[in-house]
Ligand binder design. Structure first.
Ligand SMILES: *Cc1c(COP(=O)(O)O)cnc(C)c1O
Length: 454
């Protein structure tokens, strides 16, 4: 028996466990010393190989202290999320398998788990059973894939085969976005040949949701990009209303629901999502609010055949068995078996466990907002999800407060500008965060405020 795997994996497990054991006490953002230590990686590529043990030790000694502790309970930057223990463990097994689930020919298990996880997600989000699902690197590529399906559908109905003929000379598609469109949707639009700026921008309300009455006229060559979960405020566009309007003329509605769509599981949030199943394509992430390890995005397309048409590849060495093989539903051909962790998360949490995790994060965000107001901050958003945008003092003072909190190592959150005002942005997306974490973070923010503003 080859004992190399056993030796290296046990060593890695020890080091990873050592890391995880230290997570609660680590500074949430690495110290200057730890960051300077990264230069230890700057060695010339060795002529002769160095042992795995030595390599893993270096990884842990230098790499671990310089991580942003996103897997801990007090990282509130961007919308990152932690990683549930069961998903990290499942990921280790999947890595040992080393599967690329292009089709059942190279990974029966990978394809099966992706298909099971996909159908559970369709059910969870209340979408029609026949909805097509694909797993991508993240919501950026899920947006790209959903928008590619939109391009295929709209143009093929106009008698144009974009896969074969490209975009030169094609009927023109009118792209409608919110003025709060996420930068990655713009990137996807640019990669698809639509152009970031060749779009109609719809004004938004005070919380950043599209104003329905400001929608331009839609037609059968219109693509509307909506959003469930504004990256600053959490705001959700009136997607159902827009989709009903689109239905009348045959326009396509895409939903960027990177994190916000998970709130659909909450009874309290149903009204935001009424009619959302009428939208045509959806993008979301598992690595954010579902708390699977990086990376995993998910594209869902009500008409699976359109997604297939946009993404399909044929080669003589693949069986053409009429199945929606993963390689025919997303841009990537070879890739890791992402469905494993999604399946593990959904199976270990169950429907109620996922909903509880989402609700808990929203409750913590409300607690943050309340606490911030108490210590003199102005909360700028309607805290209807897991996002809090707040401000105090001048832009310079706010930056100093943020730097002070970062240096304390107690918690971490980023800066933003909301409706022209400099602010801090807090996202509660980790399964691990508790009320005590929120209170401890508020204390650190208050201390920083006192140090800067007196
Ligand atoms: C994070 C995010 C994205 C991009 O997702 P990635 O997983 O980082 O590629 C797109 N839209 C919204 C609203 C997001 O929050």
């Amino acid at each position: 028996m080859d004992t190399t795997y056993e030796r290296d994996l046990q060593h890695a497990a020890r080091l990873a466990q050592d890391y995880l054991a230290h997570v609660p006490d680590m500074p949430v953002f690495p110290s200057a010393e730890a960051l300077a230590g990264l230069s230890d990686f700057d060695e010339p590529m060795p002529t002769h190989g160095i042992s795995a043990e030595n390599t893993l030790d270096l990884l842990h000694r230098v790499g671990s202290p310089a991580t942003a502790v996103t897997t801990g309970s007090r990282y509130f930057g961007f919308v990152v999320g932690g990683a549930l223990p069961a998903t990290v463990a499942a990921n280790w097994i999947a890595t040992a398998w080393d599967q690329s689930p292009s089709s059942e020919m190279n990974s029966p298990t990978g394809v099966k788990l992706e298909s099971v996880a996909g159908s559970w997600l369709v059910d969870l989000f209340g979408l029609p059973e026949a909805t097509g699902v694909g797993m991508t690197t993240g919501a950026t590529m899920a947006n790209f894939t959903g928008l590619a399906a939109a391009r295929t559908a709209l143009l093929s109905r106009a008698g144009w085969n974009v896969e074969e003929q490209g975009l030169y000379g094609a009927p023109e598609i009118k792209v409608v976005v919110s003025e709060e469109v996420h930068v990655t949707v713009e990137k996807a639009l640019s990669m698809l040949g639509f152009g970031k700026h060749r779009v109609v921008r719809v004004p938004t309300d005070a919380n950043g949701a599209m104003i329905f009455d400001e929608l331009p006229e839609l037609d059968a060559l219109t693509l509307v990009c909506t959003q469930a979960g504004n990256v600053n405020t959490g705001a959700i566009d009136p997607i159902g209303e827009i989709a009903r309007e689109a239905e009348k003329v045959g326009a396509w509605v895409h939903v960027d629901g990177a994190f916000g769509i998970w709130a659909k599981l909450l009874e309290s949030h149903q009204h935001y999502f009424t009619g959302i199943e009428l939208a045509h394509s959806f993008a979301t992430d598992a690595h954010k609010w579902l708390n699977t390890p990086y990376d995993c995005g998910i594209v869902l397309c009500r008409d699976a055949s359109v997604l297939h048409q946009a993404m399909a590849t044929t080669a003589p060495y693949f069986r053409a068995d009429g199945q929606n093989a993963p390689k025919d539903m997303v841009p990537e051909f070879s890739r890791r078996a992402r469905g494993v962790e999604v399946w593990a998360a959904l199976r270990t949490l169950g429907r109620s466990g996922v909903a509880e995790m989402i609700e808990r994060c929203c409750a913590h965000a409300r607690r943050f907002a309340e606490g911030l107001r108490t210590i003199g901050f102005e909360v700028l958003n309607d805290v209807m999800l897991n996002q809090v945008v707040a401000t105090i003092g001048s832009a310079e003072e706010l930056a100093a407060i943020r730097a002070h909190v970062e240096a304390s190592g107690e918690c971490w959150f980023g800066p933003t500008v909301w409706k022209g005002r400099h602010a801090i942005r807090i996202s509660v997306s980790s399964w691990r965060t508790t009320e005590a974490d929120v209170d401890r973070s508020l204390k650190a923010i208050e201390a920083a405020k006192r140090a800067v503003l007196g």
